[in-house]
Write a protein that binds this ligand. Sequence first.
Ligand SMILES: [Zn+2]
Ligand SMILES: [Zn+2]
Ligand SMILES: [Zn+2]
Length: 269
Amino acid sequence: MKVHFLGTAAFEGIPSLFCQCSTCQQARERGGPNVRSRTSVIIDNVLKVDFPPDTLYHSHRYGIDMNQVQDLLITHSHSDHLYAEDMVIRADGYAQSGNSPMHVYGHDIPLRLCFQALNGYTHKYQFHRVLPFEPMKTQTATIVPLLADHDKQETCLLYYIEKDGKSILYGNDSGWFPEQTWAWLKDRKLDLAILECTTGHSPHRNNHMNVDGVLEAKAWMDANGVLKAGAPVIVTHFSHNARLLHEDLVEIFEPNGMQVAYDGLMVTL
Ligand SMILES: [Zn+2]
Ligand SMILES: [Zn+2]
Ligand SMILES: [Zn+2]
């Protein structure tokens, strides 16, 4: 199984559009892994998590054929995870493509946003409303949506994804996981965990995970035997406002047995 990190930044991107902070300035100078677009991963080119505004750029940069994507899992409605306006580009009159539908999975608000943006052009999509902790068989995997603590106005989801005998936790945007999510994870054996670290050394871990939250989550996974031997834990979804360059993040997380994602990172399980 191939897990391809297409983008690894939070909402603002790094360097950010209008920002002259020292992190953005240094990211412009250093380039490489310090340049980050909005977060998404694609698995085996057929299952994608989230549809950020950088999806067109990702398809150009990595040669992604979006018509191969059979399952699109949406975590929540924030625009860095769902830029539904661009879903219209698949409709007749905009794209000359096959008619096999892309299956879109999400909770109420993301699906509503898709319907509003598509404004009747829904014929190349099939929508599936998912509920927390209720497993669903998709075209390419079995998924279980898990609860996040990210936005009090919305049911934001993490995803447990089981495909070809491998198990992945897709954990962003999460905040510190709610109790039910920890309890559900206790009985799992993961081949890969993806966690967010948006807020750096900020003392808060609700809405978004900070560094301490990520380290504690990894320690909890180790203590509870949730990770298979050698299973990578990869941190992603970074904000320039955390004031941490890629090199700083590597210094924090690698000694704790975690990898820092960058745009283009490909992991084979
Ligand atoms: Zn986000
Ligand atoms: Zn900045
Ligand atoms: Zn969000």
